[in-house]
Design a protein around this ligand. Structure first.
Ligand SMILES: *Cc1c(COP(=O)(O)O)cnc(C)c1O
Length: 409
């Protein structure tokens, strides 16, 4: 089955009892047992639920591995992975541009219990090699990153992590001291990037974004290709209980059926916008991996089958101008999150990345004039026109404020 066929057919047969083309939502907390301990594979919906199980089957098929666990949010999925593998004294390597929530959970939840976070430029393989130590338990990769869409070489990093002395699979022990590579595949989705083929051990998703795709549910997932790697994550899904509701799982399955169609449109729209903004007088810099000028362009071409649907740019103006631009777009709703059919725009410094202190943001290159766009599935010309109109408004507001006799800069 090719990718688009899998999104529609994998794990989604017609309902056996009635022939219903779309499986019902199994909105139940518990299941009848024939005699004590004799159930039909379902005993309680925190542990397992038929609707959730179907979603997990589809997600696993899309990432090309046997194991997936669905969670109540992307961060709940991340937490299961962190909790499964990090103990006091262990080290985790994360990218500079890592998702703000990942930064926060590591620094506010795991660092106080003795986990060491090394935040480095994972685009620099020498830096990765230097950061790896005998205590490195996880190498956390996000590619493209959020919000600057920087690219890391997943295959090369996986090779380095797995070659670390003491990290090799020895065939006898289950996991030993292995360094595991985790890829947050939220931005690329399995439609454009298959991390397991590149060497990843674990993939996490904010299903909330492109996978569900309609900005109507919050969910997450963690996947693995080896049973031994998956088992502790699956255990925590039940033991700590951050599971999604059957209805939310059903919504995601509905959304997934159009994943490829949507991703193609998101990418087309992102490219049209990147081209329109690139070189504009009021745009300082455009971040889109599909532009040949993007520093990660070559690696992205090698490891992705599409460049994704996100575009970020730095407006060449004051914070006031950036805020005016962001607050008055016709089609880009000012909101956190991304990946839905309706276009969104966000100002990371005051919104998604506000939990990172200002000095740390500056060090990470997260400018206060950076705007992140999540083009939806609208018409590309409408979206471009809306953005260019916004830039024209900035220019005319500037001109009208200019004192008489002042010269243009
Ligand atoms: C949104 C997001 C998360 C967190 O997912 P939630 O569903 O919001 O908990 C993690 N990683 C990335 C890249 C994200 O964009």
């Amino acid at each position: 089955m090719k990718f688009a066929t899998r999104t529609i057919h994998a794990g989604q047969p017609s309902e056996p009892e009635t022939g219903a083309l779309v499986a019902p939502i199994f909105q139940t907390s518990t299941y009848e047992q024939e005699s004590p301990g004799q159930d039909k594979g379902f005993s309680y919906s925190r542990t397992n639920n038929p609707t959730r199980q179907r979603l997990e089957t589809v997600l696993a098929e899309l990432e090309g591995v046997p194991y997936a666990a669905a969670f109540a949010s992307g961060l709940a999925a991340e937490n299961a992975v962190l909790q499964a593998y990090l103990r006091p004294g262990d080290e985790v390597i994360i990218p500079l541009d890592v998702y703000g929530g990942t930064y926060r959970i590591l620094n506010k939840v795991y660092q106080p219990i003795g986990v060491v976070t090394k935040q480095i430029d994972t685009g620099d393989l020498k830096a990765v090699e230097a950061a790896l130590s005998a205590r490195t338990r996880l190498v956390w990769i996000e590619s493209p990153t959020n919000p600057r869409l920087l690219i890391s070489d997943i295959a090369a990093i996986s090779k380095l992590a797995h070659a670390r002395k003491g990290s090799q699979v020895d065939g006898k022990s289950s996991l030993g001291d292995r360094t595991l590579v985790v890829v947050d595949n939220t931005f690329a989705t399995p439609c454009f990037q298959q991390p397991f083929e590149l060497g990843a051990d674990i993939v996490v998703h904010s299903v909330t974004k492109y996978l569900a795709g309609h900005s109507d549910t919050v969910q997450g997932a963690a996947l693995a290709k080896e049973a031994a790697v998956f088992e502790p994550i699956k255990f925590l899904q039940n033991a700590t209980g951050a599971v999604p509701s059957p209805f939310d799982c059903w919504l995601t399955m509905r959304g997934l059926k159009t994943l490829e169609l949507r991703m193609q449109r998101h990418e087309e729209n992102a490219l049209a916008i990147a081209k329109a903004l690139n070189g504009h007088a009021l745009v300082h810099r455009v971040y889109f991996p599909g532009l040949a000028s993007h520093p990660g362009h070559d690696i992205a071409r090698r490891q992705m089958t599409g460049f994704g649907g996100m575009v970020s740019f730095e407006l060449d103006g004051t914070l006031e101008e950036v805020i005016a631009f962001a607050s008055s777009r016709r089609y880009f709703t000012l909101a956190e999150s991304l990946g839905g059919v309706k276009s969104l725009l966000c100002h990371p410094a005051t919104m998604t990345h506000a939990s990172i202190p200002a000095e740390a943001r500056a060090e990470l290159g997260l400018s206060d004039t950076l705007l992140r766009l999540s083009p939806g599935c609208e018409n590309a010309e409408d979206l471009v026109e809306d953005l260019l109109a916004g830039l024209a408004e900035v220019a005319s507001a500037r001109a009208s404020r200019k004192p008489v006799g002042a010269t243009a800069r």
